[in-house]
Design a protein around this ligand. Structure first.
Ligand SMILES: Nc1nc2c(ncn2[C@@H]2O[C@H](COP(=O)(O)OP(=O)(O)OP(=O)(O)O)[C@@H](O)[C@H]2O)c(=O)[nH]1
Ligand SMILES: [Mg+2]
Length: 301
């Protein structure tokens, strides 16, 4: 499951959003022990497929959401605050834009700077004691130096090439993962449009997941098994065989082929049988790629 951290100053609305996404109502008092809940991505395609199939059960894709108690903006975050962030796939910075005295530009910039400065100090410390870089040697040092330049221009390490990120994956850094800004409300106008990963609060909560998936290059495919319709999230670029492994390891092992149709075509045709009869089903071998929104039936030994 994709792990999502809610990060932000005290009172920015993290717990409110957490409750909305997960339905868990607990209040959180310890900044060093996040509250974890399951966020359900209620993809409406799944309901439509289920309605057509008269399916009794639907299973939506899930995200793991972590609510972290914040610190006041005047105080900032102590560096050990971030020790729980290294397990996370994404950090969503929640920015207060609902209060009368909200300052979204300032808060957003400060939050990003907290993360950037953490990584900057970490890399500077490592470079100072070069011998601590246990594997990779000179190559790793060169990559860390390149990383430092990126941070010094106030950018995030996610911009580094994937090969470089991989080579320094042993170093616990924050901005090597996706960082989002979530602008909570529309009280003040702001100028953050240059930042690529911006989520504007929307009433349905779906855009929250959609933005995350788009930025991370994740796609959805659907399966219909008996009377269960289920949605699955995979990285874009997964082969049919890799995708089948999400459903069951045995399917991946004994993979023969996959029959697929896009949801769009499926909705137009109105049934799986019609898709079969009209030749609209496509058959994929193990190494063909799935597309976003494919409905898939796997054949296996
Ligand atoms: N009007 C309005 N109020 C909000 C919104 N989000 C949160 N609040 C209020 O702001 C206050 C603080 O919200 P929380 O969700 O507890 O803030 P938090 O980020 O979890 O704060 P800490 O846990 O202290 O870090 C509460 O009184 C919420 O009701 C919002 O979108 N609009
Ligand atoms: Mg809270």
């Amino acid at each position: 499951m994709v792990k999502v951290a809610l990060f932000g100053y005290s009172g920015s609305g993290k717990t409110t959003l957490f409750r909305y996404l997960t339905g868990k109502m607990e209040e959180l008092y310890d900044p060093f022990r996040p509250n974890v809940g399951v966020g359900i991505y209620k993809d409406s395609n799944i309901d439509r497929i289920a309605a057509i199939h008269k399916a009794r059960k639907v299973v939506y894709p899930e995200f793991e959401i972590f609510d972290f108690k914040g610190f006041p903006s005047v105080q900032g975050f102590p560096s050990n605050y971030f020790k729980n962030f290294f397990d996370m796939d994404i950090i969503v910075c929640i920015v207060n834009n609902f209060d009368q005295d909200a300052n979204p530009d300032k808060d957003a910039t400060s939050l990003l700077m907290e993360l950037i400065l953490y990584d900057t100090e970490k890399i500077q410390t490592i470079l100072k004691k070069k011998e601590e870089v246990s594997t990779g040697g000179q190559q790793q040092i060169d990559i860390l130096k390149k990383g430092l330049e990126i941070l010094e221009s106030e950018h995030l390490l996610i911009e580094m090439p994937d090969v470089d990120k991989k080579l320094i994956s042993g170093v616990q850094l924050l901005t090597t993962r996706h960082v989002f800004l979530y602008i909570n409300g529309d009280k003040k106008s702001f100028d953050l449009t240059g930042f690529p990963y911006l989520i504007q609060k929307e009433p349905d909560g779906l855009s929250f997941y959609r933005s995350i998936m788009d930025a991370m290059g994740l796609i959805t495919f659907y399966t219909v098994k008996g009377d269960i319709v289920q949605g699955w999230i995979i990285p874009c670029g997964y082969t049919a065989r890799q995708a089948s492994g999400k459903v069951h390891k045995d399917i991946e092992k004994g993979f023969i082929k996959a029959a697929v149709i896009s949801v769009k075509d499926f909705f137009e045709l109105g049934s799986w049988q019609a898709a079969k009869n009209t030749g609209a089903l496509k058959f994929l071998g193990p190494n063909s790629l799935l597309s976003d929104g494919d409905i898939v039936e796997f054949y296996f030994h």
